[in-house]
Design a protein around this ligand. Structure first.
Ligand code: NAD
Length: 418
């Protein structure tokens, strides 16, 4: 389907085809598994602060509805497009299936630069998008969550717009809300803590002592900053971090408390005094034990995969490693890749907990949330680890294999409606 043509969607399809070959899925069955169930593109006119009208484009892709409602984040970024969102929705499907959640995957986004919008413009854009999506979303249809460029406040506006339309409060329409509106304790930290937890599992497996380890994080946002903070708590030395404006590096380790104070003041890590500047390209090549890409897709490519120098590559972002890079990394036995659909699954798992709590109006303690999260992540890690060992394949192929197989089984059991 040409309509989805985009380097990131093509990359997700390439991964799918590799796994489908391994699982011997007949060619005729593949399009049903691969292509989204439905996609929406909406025009979003809002009045700018200067009084002019600006029209933005919003997207939502629901990949499959076979196992329950769809679930996935909402991204505000200038590069958002239908193909990118479709790829992210497909990965969400495999991720939910891998962790045993009763969801299909979805993703949405608005092509905009949130840094250039005032709070009022952001609110109007979010409400307009939610209004346009009303016929396609619902707690049993499609549930949104934060992703790059969106946060708890955006989720609060979405929940309010949906609830006003319905006539009563519907907290279960979004996850990643403020706790005071029915959000879950631990949701904000879930993805980054999950990344660090799985890094610790992987470190154990390869005999790496995290207390002696150094770590580099690309993308010091929600996922990256919490991953860094948690790894720091495990005793690792965070030597470099970055954001869209650039990176900072200190071989002796960054003082995260001071760095966070700098970020709170300047909204970027750039310019942090106790470090030297690095570009995002340089950052990925810094020798370290743990490298956490936690920003955009397609950062580790055929061009730099041969030069990265880490023991564990922990994919906090979705799709940070291209198939060309994967082929190179497969020949580099010294590097263990924790694939995105496993590594960053903590976010959607706690989003699921939030949805369950909202539907039951019964809320859990943070300890309960975290214990349940780590149990699910540990089970997924063990299943992927053993499958990779048994099938002599990478953790990515094993993780995708579990996810795709589950969705395929569900579709086969439900059959084809005439
Ligand atoms: P965020 O907006 O909180 O942070 C993103 C960070 O990446 C920011 O610091 C931004 O400046 C930086 N960045 C953007 N473009 C960059 C570039 N080209 N180079 C370097 N840095 C860049 O977003 P987030 O929620 O932390 O999401 C980060 C990644 O994690 C995305 O790939 C997202 O899909 C994935 N993810 C997020 C969650 C979640 O719960 N938020 C869950 C699973 C996966």
């Amino acid at each position: 389907m040409d309509v989805y043509d985009h380097p990131t969607f093509n990359m997700a399809c390439q991964q799918f085809e590799l796994v489908a070959d391994q699982l011997e899925i007949p060619a005729a069955e593949r399009p049903r598994l691969k292509f989204p169930k439905r996609s929406m593109i909406v025009s979003l006119p809002i009045q700018s602060e200067d009084g002019s009208m600006r029209v933005y484009t919003g997207f939502r892709v629901q990949h499959h509805l076979t196992l329950g409602p769809t679930k996935g984040g909402l991204r505000y970024h200038p590069a958002v497009s239908l193909g990118e969102v479709a790829a992210l929705a497909m990965w969400m499907s495999w991720k939910c299936a891998l962790t045993g959640l009763p969801y299909g995957g979805a993703k949405g986004g608005i092509a905009c630069d949130p840094h250039q919008l005032s709070p009022r413009e952001l609110e109007h854009l979010t409400r307009r998008y939610t209004q346009e999506m009303m016929p396609f979303i619902g707690p049993q249809v499609d549930i949104m969550a934060p992703d790059m460029g969106t946060n708890e406040q955006i989720m609060a506006w979405m929940m309010d717009t949906y609830s006003v339309n319905i006539g009563h409060s519907v907290p279960s329409i979004v996850t990643g809300k403020p706790v005071s509106l029915g959000g879950s304790l631990g949701r904000r930290e879930a993805t980054g803590r999950g990344v660090a937890h799985l890094v610790a599992r992987a470190a154990d497996a390869i005999g790496l002592d995290l207390k002696q380890a150094s770590a580099v994080v690309q993308g010091y946002g929600n996922v990256g900053a919490v991953s860094a903070q948690t790894l720091d708590g495990f005793g690792a030395n965070i030597i470099a971090v970055s954001d869209v404006f650039g990176g900072v590096y200190n071989a002796r380790g960054l003082d995260l408390a001071k760095l966070n104070a700098h970020v709170a003041r300047h909204r970027t890590v750039k310019g942090f005094a106790e470090a030297e500047p690095v570009t995002n390209d340089q950052l990925l090549l810094i020798p370290c034990d743990v490298l956490v890409p936690a920003a955009m897709e397609r950062q580790i490519t055929g061009a730099n995969a041969g030069q990265i120098q880490c023991r564990i590559l922990a994919e906090g972002a979705n799709g940070p490693t291209t198939p060309e890079a994967d082929a190179i990394l497969a020949r580099r036995d010294e590097i263990l890749v924790i694939p995105d659909i496993l590594c960053n699954a903590g976010g959607v798992v706690v989003s699921y907990f939030e949805w369950v709590q909202d539907l039951q109006s019964f809320f859990w303690s943070e300890t309960e949330v975290m214990e349940r999260l780590y149990r699910i992540l540990d089970e997924a890690f063990d299943r992927v680890w053993h499958r990779a060992r048994d099938q002599k394949t990478s953790l990515r192929m094993a993780a995708l294999g579990v996810g795709i197989q589950r969705v395929r089984e569900a579709k086969t059991l439900r059959g084809l409606f005439p």
